[in-house]
Design a binder for this molecule. Structure first.
Ligand code: PEP
Ligand code: MG
Length: 596
């Protein structure tokens, strides 16, 4: 069982309160002890060992150091042979560090005095030394830090046995903190044990952030150095609305946040009255509000928040979870369950969008330089026709039990759409022959999330029943800004005129061809943006659960004519700031823009 030290940080000294800032990724407040998920490289047991295990633990550590020394000797020989003596000398430096007496003694002391597991004791010792390296002005010494981490990696490799699905075993309620919380970690976790999520990397539309919103777990991403600043068990506040992480809060702060959490709960309950009201402007224009989901269990909270359908089911999570290769029947079962729960409302099932930050099929050596520009989404499906056919058959089979629709992600060319439609036709033919019932006229849509598709929207619209704009990727690819990179997050903004104009073009293409156009990127869940999209003529908005009431409230507080005038104005503006100003100051004054 995972434990955390009950004293402030395992050695009896209380630490002062500290506030770190990051990017707000999922709103709300959570308060609790920290659980550090060391996904950067190894998972470490932060619990304490019993007195009678100390000797054994020291021996384990000594053995690991000896084994690393032996490995390094072998590697040195190989490097010398292939690259020469000069390169091999680097290994001598590693050898010395691995066997360094000071590192050794400090680690052993931590095992004996604090009863840490060897890997945790070693890590704390190495980080302590690394900090001292940082303080040395001489660049040569500072650069030795990377050698130190290389040695650390080797010793930790000997000590740790990486386990899959570690978050499965989290058996108390905690705030999970990681360097990089992987999508697969999220799929494995038991969400009722996870009070909040904090990660060092990632942006607002990284899939970790999206999933946190879907599960209504407060989340802050892009918090630099948070793992080093924390000790397991530290009492921490996650303020997912403002992007703050407060470590060891003082009594006053704690009280303020407890009060705020209570108020937020009351406020959300107050909004519940909106659930059965239509998303309709003051002058009677309706827009369909739907929910984006990653896991089928989220559908119920979508319904509780008044969703009129599932506008986007991100099916790749089925392939990242415990059963990482679901069969056609397993998939059909999941899709059917979802369709039945949502009926008579629509369920739009997106075919696999593997790749980018969600790729289970690559070995470490096959990692791509630019995964978001690489083997992703429809490209993966088209290059694995058997897998694609299976998924389409499963979706078709579910279509006999509810209002199922199909949507293809990341279409960039007309050819890709044709190929995808051919595989769909094949799936239909097969099922017909097998006499398996399905909806012959199942609606099919294309996602518009690559500028190429937006430019070609008129051509694509000829072949489908609807278009759905994925603004997360549309912004990423139009502005050439990695959606998960907090360094360039300032460029990730739906208010850039290039984005607004592209969306308008797509909406107009849909109108010309008489098909609906919806938006399912995170932009749709921002109340101010939602009004702009409504004014541009969008027919539906799909968003994560926490945004549904806020957007409905905004829609009900404006007239369509004002929203249309706002959109018309915005389309004449040329900078991001002008557009943001106009939108947030305009007809939607008082609605809280959540983005940025
Ligand atoms: C998008 O890109 O806007 C979208 C909805 O798809 P995803 O976030 O899953 O890439
Ligand atoms: Mg996308």
């Amino acid at each position: 069982m995972a434990e955390y030290p009950t004293t402030a940080h395992g050695n009896g000294h209380a630490r002062p309160s500290e506030t770190l800032t990051g990017t707000p990724a999922s709103p709300g407040v959570s308060i609790g002890p920290v659980f550090i998920l060391d996904t950067a490289d190894f998972w470490i047991d932060y619990g304490q060992i019993s007195q009678d295990r100390i000797e054994e633990e020291v021996e384990r550590f000594d053995r690991a150091v000896v084994e690393v020394g032996e490995d390094l000797k072998v590697i040195r020989g190989q490097v010398e042979e292939k690259l020469g003596e000069e390169h091999a000398r680097i290994l001598d430096a590693h050898q010395m560090m691995a066997q360094d007496q000071t590192l050794h003694d400090a680690t052993v002391e931590r095992i004996q005095v604090y009863r840490y597991h060897a890997e945790y004791a070693y890590r704390v010792t190495v980080r302590d030394v690394a900090r001292r390296f940082d303080a040395i002005q001489d660049p040569y010494f500072r650069s030795r830090k990377s050698d130190l981490h290389e040695v650390e990696r080797r010793v930790m490799g000997k000590l740790c046995h990486r386990e899959e699905s570690f978050l499965d075993q989290l058996d108390y309620k905690a705030i999970v903190v990681a360097h990089d919380m992987q999508v697969a970690d999220m799929v494995h976790m038991q969400s009722d044990h996870v009070l909040g999520i904090v990660s060092e990397v990632g942006g607002r539309t990284s899939h970790t952030a999206i999933m946190a919103r879907g599960l209504e777990i407060p989340c802050v991403v892009g918090v630099r150095n948070v793992v080093e600043s924390l000790q397991p068990g530290d009492m921490t506040v996650v303020d997912g609305t403002r992007g703050l992480v407060i470590i060891n809060p003082d009594a006053e702060t704690l009280e303020r946040y407890e009060q705020e959490a209570g108020e937020r709960k009351v406020e959300r309950e107050g909004l519940a009255g909106l659930r059965d009201l239509p998303a309709e402007t003051e002058d009677g224009r309706q827009v369909q509000l739907m929910v984006n989901i990653e896991l089928p269990i989220e559908a119920q909270s979508g319904l509780n928040n008044g969703a009129e359908g599932v506008g986007l089911f991100r099916t790749e999570y089925l392939f990242l979870g415990p059963s990482s290769d679901p069969s056609e029947s397993e998939q059909a079962e999941v899709y059917r369950g979802l369709a039945e729960r949502m009926a008579p409302r629509p369920t739009i099932i997106r075919t696999l969008d593997l790749g980018g930050d969600k790729m289970p099929y690559l070995e470490p050596g096959e990692a791509e330089m630019n995964p978001f520009l690489g083997w992703r989404a429809i490209r993966v499906s088209l290059s694995r026709p058997d897998m694609f056919l299976e998924q389409l058959r499963a979706i078709l089979r579910a279509s006999a039990f509810g209002e199922v629709q199909i949507m293809f992600p990341m279409i960039a060319t007309v050819e890709e759409l044709h190929q995808a439609l051919e595989v769909l036709a094949q799936a239909k033919t097969d099922l017909r022959e097998e006499k398996v019932p399905f909806n012959e006229s199942i609606p099919v849509g294309a996602m518009i999330e690559v500028p190429s598709a937006a430019i070609l929207a008129d051509e694509l619209a000829r072949h489908v029943d609807f278009l759905s704009i994925g603004t997360n990727d549309l912004i990423q690819y139009t502005l050439a800004v990695d959606r998960g990179n907090d360094r360039v997050a300032y460029l990730f903004d739906p208010y850039y005129p290039s984005i607004v104009r592209l969306i308008k073009q797509v909406v107009d293409s849909g109108k010309r061809h008489g098909i609906p156009v919806t938006v399912c990127g995170e932009m749709a869940g921002d109340p101010a943006c939602a009004i702009l999209l409504l004014g541009m003529g969008v027919d539906g908005l799909s968003m994560s659960t926490p945004s549904l009431f806020d957007v409905k409230q905004a829609v009900r507080s404006v007239s369509f004519s004002d929203a249309a005038a706002l959109a018309e104005d915005v389309l004449t503006l040329t900078t991001r700031d002008e557009i943001r100003d106009r939108v947030t100051r305009g007809t939607v004054e008082g609605t809280a823009a959540f983005l940025n």
